[in-house]
Ligand binder design. Structure first.
Ligand code: SAM
Length: 260
């Protein structure tokens, strides 16, 4: 196809140009696609769960009180909460009962909850309203993006991750939220000596968490306990914990402290 070119030099240059033009963009496209693919591996599936009329009402009437919209730049949480106090973040709060209970029992701390499941958020809003808590705000968005973009560095006192989706099939393990990048991200958003609390009822996920955190120099494990839900903890029992216990699962609870 290049026979019409006058000399070898031009032929060579044209060949290079041909490859640059046709294949480099393709290589870039492939790389962009794989970046995009990596970014779209989510730790959740948006379920279209049925919302009760009261959850719907809560979302429209109480969201203006407790809700925070996702923003792609760091929020000023001191201006958002009524009092500037240490901030506790719960990732994937489910129906929010644990979150509301903790917020109402600890008025000297501010609580931020992130969830993507609308009926759970509706339920949480109702609970928060009934408990009259004022130190609580909720965000409906992927927690990884919120951590990355909306939460300022070194701004959190504590992060709670209670019973994250276990993704038990091996081919789904990449969807588990606890990954080296997640641990790094949480460490960067925690203040000095901040803590990361995790609990799971899946033995296989517990091994995964041990493995990932043991390779992190950002945290040291200050507490690890396996139990049958029969021991006092520093948190109320969650809905998924109760479900796990009914199925005969053992619970594993950790506290990791950010290294100095
Ligand atoms: C197994 S449930 C546990 C709920 C609650 N923590 C409990 O123990 O009852 C996990 C929750 O995490 C939420 N979730 C998973 N990945 C998330 C993410 N990246 N951002 C926000 N929420 C997420 C899911 O929607 C789900 O409600």
């Amino acid at each position: 196809m290049l026979e019409w070119l006058p000399d070898k030099q031009l032929k060579k240059r044209s060949l290079e140009a041909f490859f640059d033009y046709n294949f480099l963009p393709l290589a870039k496209q492939v790389s962009a696609m794989s970046d995009k693919h990596r970014k779209t591996i989510r730790s959740f599936v948006r379920r279209t769960g049925r919302m009760t009329p009261s959850q719907k009402k809560a979302l429209s009437e109480l969201w203006p009180i407790y809700g925070l919209e996702f923003t792609s730049s760091p929020s000023q949480f001191d201006a958002i909460f009524q009092m500037p106090q240490p901030i506790v973040l719960e990732i994937g709060f489910g129906n929010g009962e644990t979150l509301v209970e903790q917020a109402s029992q600890n008025s000297d701390q501010n609580f931020l909850g992130i969830e993507v499941h609308d009926p759970g958020v509706g339920h949480c809003l109702l609970k928060a309203h009934n408990a009259g808590v004022e130190n609580l705000r909720l965000i409906i968005h992927d927690a990884l993006e919120v951590l990355e973009q909306q939460i300022p560095e070194a701004s959190l006192a504590r992060v709670n991750l209670y019973f994250p989706d276990p993704w038990p099939k091996k081919r789904h393990h990449k969807r588990r939220i606890v990954q080296p990048e997640f641990v790094e991200l949480v460490a960067s958003r925690l203040a000095a000596r901040g803590t990361l609390h995790i609990a799971t009822d899946w033995a296989d996920y517990a091994e995964h968490i041990d493995e990932i955190l043991s390779h992190s120099d950002r945290f040291s494990c200050t507490h690890r306990r396996e139990h049958d839900g029969d021991q006092p903890l520093d948190r109320p029992r969650t809905k998924f914990e109760q479900r796990g216990l009914r199925q005969g699962h053992r619970i594993c609870d950790w506290c990791f402290t950010k290294s100095a």
